[in-house]
Design a binder for this molecule. Structure first.
Ligand SMILES: Cc1cc2nc3c(=O)[nH]c(=O)nc-3n(C[C@H](O)[C@H](O)[C@H](O)COP(=O)(O)O)c2cc1C
Length: 502
């Protein structure tokens, strides 16, 4: 089990690709009798209620969404109200919908299948109105539950090999996935969804922090076992995916108190669970085992050089501004279920692309390439395009009406065929895995998903609709080749005006 045995990441990635044939071959049926609960509930721990009387931020939403995360200063003081706002607008339940089989609790960020397998934990120093501790956030009753008393941040700093943002943070947020809550529907492909769904959530969290100039940084370099032990996770079923530092300027935390196993009861998710060994293997083989390895892991990768395809190019024209605050945009967001075949403007598309690609504050870089199918964008020929990130231009790969192809690539769904534009995040995994080992796979998926999550929010800031989509992996690469040859699809979004009549 070694992070640098790259055959493992490739085996997982290749083994979980969708193709026409794999979908056709699949005999998987949803077993409604064992549909998992979408919340982790500790029945024996006292809830510490959080209040919902938030004051809205004043920074325009688009500025917060596009913020690359290098704000100076320590940010506003963190207290329970500030924590409540951050948690509500990134992982809170915003809407409930009743259907024949029960109720869906829709959350602030999009999630594959609305299955919400990602949980948030806080590792906090002492705040004005919250004692130091390790807390679990329960979106079901909007409350924290304290798993451990005392200031455990030093354990996280050690696990993250002294990462400076973590070391200076008054509060650290850990994101985990309980695989079964998503694998019930998506089987082994869930390991990709871990980072997709953590990514959309983190896009919200970063934006909600940026809206009040609170520094936040995503950290993927940490000793997995140490975090999982601190959070007392049953690692056969739940693992830590990411850390986010919140705030800056905290004095060095004191030595961490002991953190023995807790064995806390949680409500069963379903009467039976199915394990998917490919998920656990992908996680184990991308785990870091010592702080020394973490320190060597961390760092940036040279940005890939953009190869101009040689055809016409169009400069991005991100001219749209809005004064609306981020919170209103998040409350309005909800995946578009049908698109009208109406165009969006080049200004809107440019604004979405710009807000999504200004950089993810993190301890790695995978720098995905964005490929587009333009169906109906005023000022842009329909066709296949690629984004030159540095040059802020779109370059035409092939002109043509590709609605039918877009529908096929998005797993044969109507949404991408009817959308005004589809954006595919692709990564050349080879150099990423060579630099970061198998953990580069986590990093590439997460970075694309955070950018995808930003694009969701930017679209709704502009009152354009959006939805995440899944895809036929190799068909997407072939469609954008030769430019995309060798690259792997990480994430797909479709944008357009929602169909109002249906
Ligand atoms: C990465 C990702 C992939 C998704 N794939 C699909 C898809 O293939 N088809 C679809 O109809 N919805 C898809 N969705 C939308 C989810 O079903 C939706 O986010 C979820 O039901 C929650 O609803 P909300 O986004 O309106 O809050 C996807 C969402 C994400 C984040």
């Amino acid at each position: 089990m070694d992070n640098h045995d790259l055959a493992e990441a490739w085996a997982y990635h290749d083994g979980t690709k969708h193709s026409v044939e794999s979908v056709h071959r699949s005999t998987h049926r949803l077993e409604w009798a064992i549909m998992p609960r979408s919340f982790k509930v500790y029945p024996d721990l006292e809830p510490i209620p959080l209040l919902r009387d938030f004051t809205s931020s004043t920074r325009p939403a688009l500025a917060a969404i596009g913020d690359p995360g290098n704000a100076p200063g320590d940010g506003p003081r963190l207290d329970r109200a500030a924590i409540a706002r951050l948690l509500y607008f990134s992982a809170g339940v915003l809407r409930r919908k009743t259907y024949a089989g029960g109720e869906i609790y829709f959350r602030a960020a999009a999630c594959t299948g609305a299955l919400y397998h990602v949980d948030l934990y806080l590792i906090s120093g002492p705040l004005a109105d919250l004692e130091a501790g390790v807390y679990h956030f329960g979106p079901h009753d909007f409350a924290l539950r304290r798993l451990r008393a005392g200031d455990h941040r030093a354990a996280v700093v050690a696990a993250a090999a002294g990462e400076p943002a973590i070391a200076a943070a008054p509060v650290i947020v850990a994101g985990t996935s309980t695989f079964w809550r998503n694998a019930w529907k998506y089987q082994a492909r869930t390991y990709r969804h871990c980072f997709w769904d953590d990514g959309t959530l983190l896009a919200n969290l970063l934006a909600v922090a940026a809206a009040v100039d609170l520094p936040a940084r995503v950290v993927l370099g940490f000793v997995d076992d140490e975090l999982n032990r601190l959070l007392d996770l049953d690692t056969e079923r739940e693992v830590t995916l990411s850390l986010v530092s919140l705030g800056r300027g905290a004095p060095s935390p004191p030595p961490a108190p002991p953190a023995p196993p807790l064995g806390l009861a949680t409500l069963p998710l379903s009467t039976r669970e199915v394990a998917y060994p490919a998920i656990r293997r992908a996680h184990a083989t991308s785990s870091l085992t010592t702080a020394k390895k973490v320190a060597a892991w961390r760092g940036s990768l040279a940005a890939p050089v953009f190869a101009p395809p040689g055809g016409p190019t169009v400069r991005l024209a991100p001219s749209v501004t809005t004064a609306e605050p981020l919170e209103t945009v998040i409350l309005r967001r909800g995946s578009t279920r049908a698109f009208a075949r109406e165009p969006i403007s080049l200004a809107a598309l440019s604004t979405i692309l710009r807000a999504s690609t200004r950089g993810v504050p993190g301890d790695w870089t995978a720098r995905p390439d964005l490929y587009l199918i333009v169906n109906a964008v005023e000022g842009l020929d329909p066709g296949a395009w690629v984004l030159d990130r540095e040059g802020e231009r779109l370059a035409l790969l092939r002109a043509g009406d590709f609605r039918r192809e877009a529908g096929h690539l998005g797993l044969g769904q109507a949404l991408p065929a009817e959308a005004a534009a589809c954006v595919f995040w692709l990564v050349d995994l080879k150099p990423v895995l060579e630099r970061y080992g198998n953990r580069g796979y986590r990093a590439a998926q997460l970075e694309a998903a955070i950018e995808g999550g930003k694009s969701y929010l930017a679209a709704y800031a502009l009152r354009v609709g959006a939805t995440g989509l899944t895809f036929f992996d190799d068909d997407v690469t072939s469609f954008f080749s030769p430019h995309a040859a060798g690259k792997s699809v990480m994430f797909l979004m479709a944008f357009g005006h929602p169909e109002r009549r249906r």
